[in-house]
Design a protein around this ligand. Structure first.
Ligand SMILES: Cc1cc2nc3c(=O)[nH]c(=O)nc-3n(C[C@H](O)[C@H](O)[C@H](O)COP(=O)(O)O)c2cc1C
Length: 209
């Protein structure tokens, strides 16, 4: 590991054109990643804390980026969801290695409204909708076969009709309070720019790498 080393070259000075729209640059960077063929350009790591203050993180996909809010979908009985319901603050990181860029979004979560959830759920392929019914996410699974049997069960149950939205499936919207943009520069002199909420206005500042 000691000899794995990469000198980042791609970063340019980060320019925030409108600090009152802290996620504008995130949208631009996701589109840049998409155009450059990055795998899963909307994948982000989210960290939550449980009732003992123990942090836990995992990947999700950003499926909503509107009016300076981001959102993702999940099983509402999953560990992450239970943790969010107990403690609404969240920290998210997005990293595109090919772009030498990272974004961190810290903010507050709220449950996504049902119309938005439905809108997305019914746009998913049928098998993904069946899988949402079959997965008791984050709960103990006795065997792989049990999961496949549950998939087959719901597949037959909804055969010939639409696959409805499971009552335990939904999404979370994240309203940012602090957003940090990072770009790799040569000799580890990376760019870091933070946009953070202060009372009712937004402030930007630069950080040492
Ligand atoms: C690239 C990637 C994207 C993922 N996207 C989602 C997602 O959008 N929603 C989700 O519930 N799980 C997603 N997962 C699975 C989660 O990382 C995680 O394993 C699962 O949600 C259970 O997490 P929990 O037990 O902490 O709730 C994704 C995993 C990967 C690797």
């Amino acid at each position: 590991m000691r000899n794995i080393r990469k000198d980042y070259q791609k970063g340019k000075p980060i320019v925030i054109t409108d600090k009152t729209k802290p996620l504008d640059l995130l949208e631009i960077w996701i589109n840049d990643a998409l155009e450059n063929g990055v795998t899963e350009p909307n994948a982000m790591n989210i960290a939550t804390v449980d009732s003992n203050g123990h942090p836990r993180n995992r990947m999700v996909l950003i499926k909503h980026l509107v009016n300076d809010e981001i959102g993702f979908f999940t099983n509402l009985n999953s560990d992450k969801s239970i943790e969010i319901q107990g403690h609404s603050r969240i920290s998210c990181t997005i990293w595109w290695p090919e772009m030498e860029r990272q974004v961190r979004v810290e903010g507050v979560t709220q449950k996504m409204k049902k119309d938005l959830v439905e809108d997305y759920f019914f746009s998913r392929p049928r098998k993904s909708r069946i899988a949402a019914w079959a997965s008791d996410q984050s709960k103990k699974l006795e065997s792989r076969k049990k999961l496949e049997d549950r998939f087959d069960y719901y597949n037959s149950k909804f055969e010939g009709g639409d696959v409805p939205l499971p009552p335990f499936w939904g999404g979370y919207i994240i309203t940012p309070e602090r957003v940090e943009y990072w770009e790799g520069r040569p000799s580890r002199l990376h760019e870091r720019v933070v946009i953070k909420k202060s009372e009712n206005s937004w402030k930007t500042e630069r950080l040492y790498p």
